[in-house]
Write a protein that binds this ligand. Sequence first.
Ligand code: FES
Length: 77
Amino acid sequence: MENVKINWPNKKSSNCSPGVEWLKAAYEANIEIPTGCLGGSCGACEIEVNGKVIRACIATVPKGKELNVEFFSDPYW
Ligand code: FES
């Protein structure tokens, strides 16, 4: 399976397989996505992927060559 390159907001990038949960992909890249309910209802984990808002806790990394991730609030950097 083809790897997806993910560009994180802190200028780091990582590679992962499509279908991996976003929280796991972030964890593997040492990125912390803020979370709350982990069930798709609170919105704490919302990130923007190539300009499209998703809820990281219930979404997986889509197929694609390269994804640019933005966070809305960034308490960490
Ligand atoms: S953690 Fe609440 S919507 Fe994702």
